[in-house]
Design a protein around this ligand. Structure first.
Ligand code: MN
Length: 498
């Protein structure tokens, strides 16, 4: 049994996540390396495009570690959570248990444990004067038309100016000066904190933690209420309180085991050009005036590791998908307990298209589910509801259900003029290029009820199946048949002769 099977068996034997989950990035990288899932690129690679190009080619197959990125001594890792199965393994659950485990953690957060600076590896090395991010960190430029280097895997941590409760999100951050960066804040919690600070004429203190484990990355993407600290969800996923340490230049608490932390403040009443940048929908978002972070300190481990996410590739898409699926499932089940499972499809960039498996008992219910999903998150643009006999994780099955159980004049729900994703380029059609933020992202919603009627005449919606097809032990039967066929033909061994 190899280490990977051992790890899987460990999870299947029901060992608690706290023992099985990888507690830090380094533990997880060691596990990937021991099982042939970490590709080491030892030769120097350019930070501009070359590093991202190689990581993109490996995405979904192997994580990559670049030992000499752009002449830096600090290695860059990418793609270490680019498969659903890997994320389940990092969580210590079988793949089918991913959403339930994440949801349980989101609903039962564990308060963080504050540790002293002496215990916090993220503050082993401190830079507080003459900061030059380009000299300190190997920050790649990813896509062809990006406006330069971007931090793409930084957990942005801030405190609610009113309540002091922390929020964690991943925002794209353009590094356009030695100690100055521009940040995109979509209309969510971080932006609300910033707007409250700015209204009082104050900066918003933030910390950007780079190089954390898969579970802390995932927790940062939970869709939870404004005063739920995502680091507490990370603690619940780990099965132990997350150790955090106070920043050196302000009150924000960061994961003590982070590889690198950039401390700073988002300045009030300052905007500087940011973008273009290739985003998760696989298009560029435009150059616009954005909020600015003034860096106040950089701290890191000795021999730190820098993490970059290649935009729009599987690591980026799945990071958003799994926490969203878990929270969307929870949201839908609150009103509709007969919702069984959901998937944010890869083709829908793991954000826009939601597939819902539903045990319909009364006509019309699927449309209520569709409307509920539209309200669950503004990114949701298209919802397909299917019956429980349809595999909601198989795109072919979804298309089959639409092909055979859906009529557009009867089963289609359209809501015009709702709020959608500002990063969806189709929302910009007919808008002036300089549309203010409150006019951006206006989007129609489309729901497809692809469920069959509750009552139907015999055989009309009876799915073709062959008795015994689920039970046949095909692998064993095939091997036996080959031996017999070789004997029938009078040859030694069919496989050997081929
Ligand atoms: Mn939040």
């Amino acid at each position: 049994m190899n280490a990977r099977d051992a790890a899987r068996n460990g999870t299947l034997q029901g060992r608690p996540a706290a023992q099985d989950a990888a507690p830090t990035l380094r533990h997880w990288l060691e596990r990937l390396s021991a099982t042939g899932r970490l590709a080491t690129i030892a030769r120097p690679v350019a930070l501009e495009h070359e590093l991202a190009a190689i990581a993109k080619r490996l995405d979904g197959q192997q994580a990559a570690v670049f030992l000499a990125p752009g002449g830096h001594a600090v290695p860059v890792v990418s793609g270490f959570m680019s498969k659903r199965a890997w994320i389940a393994e990092a969580m210590g659950v079988p793949e089918a248990g991913l959403l339930a485990r994440f949801r349980e953690a989101a609903e039962h957060p564990l308060p963080c444990k504050e540790v002293d600076r002496a215990e916090a590896v993220c503050q082993q090395v401190v830079h507080s004067e003459g900061i030059d991010l380009h000299a300190l960190l190997p920050i790649p430029t990813h896509s062809e038309h990006d406006n330069g280097p971007y931090i793409t895997a930084g957990l942005v941590i801030a405190r609610n100016p009113r309540t002091g409760v922390q929020n964690v999100s991943i925002n794209r951050i353009q590094v356009h000066g030695p100690d100055r960066m521009a940040i995109l804040m979509l209309p969510r919690h971080l932006l609300a904190f910033y707007q409250a600070a700015e209204a009082a004429g104050e900066p918003l203190d933030v910390a950007i933690a780079i190089g954390v484990d898969p579970l802390t990355m995932l927790a940062s993407q939970a869709i939870s209420p404004i005063d739920n600290d995502e680091l507490e969800i990370a603690g619940a996923l780990h099965g132990a309180p997350l150790p955090v340490v106070k920043c050196l230049t302000h009150e924000v608490r960061v994961p003590a085991f982070a590889e690198i932390v950039i401390e700073g403040r988002i300045l009030p009443n300052v905007r500087e050009p940011e973008g273009p940048f290739g985003e998760f929908p696989k298009y560029y978002s435009a150059r616009e005036a954005r909020e600015v972070i003034q860096v106040t300190a950089v701290t890191h481990r000795e021999r730190p590791i820098y993490h970059t996410i290649v935009p729009a590739e599987m690591e980026h898409l799945l990071l958003g998908a799994i926490p969203r699926e878990a929270t969307l499932l929870s949201h839908l089940q609150r009103s509709h307990p007969a919702v069984k499972d959901v998937e944010l499809s890869v083709g829908g960039v793991c954000r826009y298209h939601l597939w819902v498996q539903f045990d319909k008992k009364r006509e019309g219910e699927a449309k209520n589910v569709i409307l509920c999903a539209f309200g669950a998150h503004y990114d949701i643009k298209q919802v397909v509801v299917v019956d429980t006999d349809v595999d909601v994780h198989d795109p072919g099955e979804i298309e089959w259900a639409i092909a055979t159980r859906f009529q557009a004049d009867r089963d289609l729900v359209i809501v015009a003029g709702a709020q959608g994703s500002p990063l969806d380029p189709s929302t910009t059609v007919g808008q002036p290029e300089d549309a203010p933020p409150h006019l951006q992202g206006i989007s129609a919603k489309m729901g497809l009820d692809a469920t069959r009627p509750v009552d139907y005449p015999a055989h009309v919606f009876t799915r073709v199946r062959i008795p015994g097809e689920d039970r046949a032990d095909v692998a064993q039967l095939v091997a036996a048949s080959n031996t017999d066929f070789a004997a029938y033909l009078g040859v030694g061994d069919l496989a050997g002769e081929a």
